[in-house]
Design a protein. Structure first.
Length: 90
């Protein structure tokens, strides 16, 4: 099966399966919490760095058509979009 035809949801699902079925136990410790992990959703190969950029570039060098998924170690989300919260007093 070629990953190039996978939807975004399939890429995410496959990468999360790799993470939950083995990678998590190897990487979730004090030194890595908050760092970014980039997972090749086809092979399960991964790398960790502060922003995920270096790892993504290395994985793409090895396999240019790799479908990569990035997440923050120890958190449920990789990126947070925020804004001001207005509080109204009645």
């Amino acid at each position: 099966m070629q990953s190039i035809f996978w939807s975004v949801e399939e890429v995410a699902q496959r990468a999360k399966q790799f993470y939950e079925n083995g990678i998590r136990q190897q990487v979730e410790h004090g030194d890595n919490i908050g760092k970014m992990i980039v997972i090749d959703s086809e092979s399960g190969e991964y790398g960790i760095d502060k922003t995920g950029v270096e790892t993504a570039l290395k994985l793409k060098q090895k396999k240019p058509n790799a479908r990569l998924f990035t997440m923050r170690i120890g958190y449920d989300v990789a990126v947070s979009f925020g804004g001001a919260i207005e509080r109204t007093v009645e």
